[in-house]
Write a protein that binds this ligand. Sequence first.
Ligand code: FES
Length: 105
Amino acid sequence: MSSVIFVERDGSRRVVEFADGESLMQAGTRAGVDGIIGECGGSCMCATCHVYVAEDDDGKLPEPDSMEADALEFTALNVRPTSRLGCQVKLSAALDGLTVTVAEA
Ligand code: FES
């Protein structure tokens, strides 16, 4: 099974297995990753799934679509060039080993 690595705000690393097609937010909330909440259920409205993708992994993901880009611009705090909304990142075996850091609140 494939897995993703979440780095929590205190620096703890959590290795979370995922199923193909699951979102990064779903994997994080299922595993109880601290700081991944998914308040809007994945509707791109709350930014409580905001993460920073590790720079080495950033090129593995497609660019954010306009809805995600708008939510990052208008809803998320402490946005960086590697920011993504976890609910918009669909996981697949190609992303095995992806590392993301829970965004600053
Ligand atoms: S869960 Fe709300 S924007 Fe991702």
